[in-house]
Design a protein around this ligand. Structure first.
Ligand code: SF4
Length: 421
């Protein structure tokens, strides 16, 4: 049976450097398919869909809210041709009811151990409109290696340098932060994969550079340390979301190849300053993720925060505005207060103000988002800072002899003051 799995395109953030990471959700999903399914994957961000190609069944995997409208368009085209379409992925879970209007089936939840039944239903012409397993999560031990063989790998590079491969070692998150839907999507219980399985998957990836996409590694100290210890012999280099702020954990992370972390910076406290310094002291870079527009943010606060980011020498920063995604506390609160200004999901790109801020007009917040990008990158452009971060990994790889010649152009480049902006 020919199953076409599609990842719909979306417009990138205006200010983001344009590069493409290999998608993770679709290839994790594909690993759960029955063996008789002949799956073909297409990332529409990089390749056009051939709607005339003969297929038996179409799957649309959506991670982001900005993908859903395009996902629905794709489904409508296939369904007009009489081809059945099933949706899955995080954004399907966030937009389930609307998506059902464009689907023969929506699959909500984690796919492991479920696809045999779904595909049997398809073959028996008994596909159900909704498979809801959001609260009935499978045994995490069932997660197998992602089907990276489905990716057209040559498409995922930036200026000739191969991008990181994505992998996960756990699901769920103990926390329930205001703008985040993870507690709805993955549950508030931290669910680590068996370490041997996660590490074996990492070892099998033909790429020395990984992005460990777990929501946060800072969930369980013992697990985190055990994981890092097992990773040391792999000599991989990796980025991740936050690592726990304890010297023994950071030390093991560094030995295991920690390259840089995405770390939320939400205030100008000494704690944050010291936290960033401790990462740097361990040779770990930091890309700050900065969310603007919370109710306590006035113009002064935002300007002071940007000055602070420069002072603490973040390696990179990515600025977004608060976006009230469905099934978050932010959505519940702003919706209750009638402060949501747009329900066009294409506007939910995190760089457009879609709600009424408390301390300023939407236009002013939009202007401050520009101010943040411009000010942070005024002396060194984002490209330039990215290259510096890449040079850090090259240095680490040269030190332990894992550097691949295909990236020699980057290693050999001389980077003076950047004037490309
Ligand atoms: S923002 Fe991060 S730490 Fe907070 S709930 Fe979401 S995944 Fe967990």
């Amino acid at each position: 049976m020919k199953f076409k799995l599609i990842y719909p395109k979306w417009a990138k953030l205006d200010r983001q450097t344009e590069f493409h990471l290999p998608p993770h959700g679709p290839v994790v999903f594909a690993a759960a398919l029955p063996a008789y399914v002949d799956v073909d994957f297409i990332d529409e961000n990089l390749e056009a869909i051939d709607f005339d190609e003969a297929v038996d069944f179409v799957g649309i995997s959506m991670m982001l809210t900005v993908q859903v409208k395009r996902g629905w368009e794709i489904a409508d085209i296939y369904r007009k041709k009489g081809i059945k379409v099933m949706f899955g992925g995080i954004a399907t879970m966030l937009h389930a009811e609307e998506t059902m209007e464009h689907a023969d089936a929506v699959f909500l939840g984690e796919a492991e151990g479920r696809m045999e039944q779904v595909f049997a239903d398809f073959r028996n012409n008994k596909l159900q409109p909704c498979y809801d397993f959001i609260k009935d999560r499978p045994d995490i031990g069932l997660v197998g290696p992602a089907r990276r063989d489905l990716l057209n790998r040559k498409l995922y590079n930036y200026k000739g340098v191969q991008m990181v491969d994505l992998v996960h070692a756990s699901r769920g998150c103990r926390f329930n932060c205001y703008p985040c839907a993870v507690s709805y999507l993955g549950g508030r219980v931290f669910r680590p994969r068996p370490i041997d399985k996660a590490v074996a998957e990492m070892a099998g990836i033909d790429n020395n550079r990984l992005f460990i996409v777990d929501n946060s590694l800072a969930q369980n100290t013992q697990w985190e340390m055990d994981l890092f210890r097992e990773m040391i012999p792999l000599k991989k280099k990796w980025c991740s979301h936050p690592i726990e702020d304890k010297p023994e954990v950071l030390d093991l992370a560094a030995q295991a190849g920690a390259w840089y972390v995405y770390q939320a910076v939400f205030d100008t406290s000494d704690y944050i300053k010291e936290r960033i310094k401790r990462y740097h002291d361990h040779g770990i870079g930091v890309e700050g993720t900065i969310l603007l527009g919370l109710d306590n943010h006035d113009e002064d606060f935002i300007k002071r925060l940007i000055d602070f980011l420069l002072e603490i020498e973040l390696d990179l920063a990515e600025f977004t505005v608060l976006t009230p995604f469905p099934h978050t506390k932010a959505w519940e609160e702003l919706n209750r207060q009638n402060r949501i200004l747009s329900r066009d999901w294409n506007d939910y790109s995190a760089d457009k103000v879609v709600f009424q801020p408390k301390q300023m007009s939407p236009d002013r917040l939009q202007g401050l988002l520009d101010y943040a990008w411009n000010t942070f990158y005024q002396d060194e452009s984002q490209n330039f800072k990215m290259v510096k971060l890449f040079q850090q990994v090259v240095k680490k790889e040269m030190a332990d002899d894992t550097f691949k010649p295909r990236d020699r152009s980057l290693a050999g480049q001389s980077f003076g003051r950047d004037t490309s902006r």
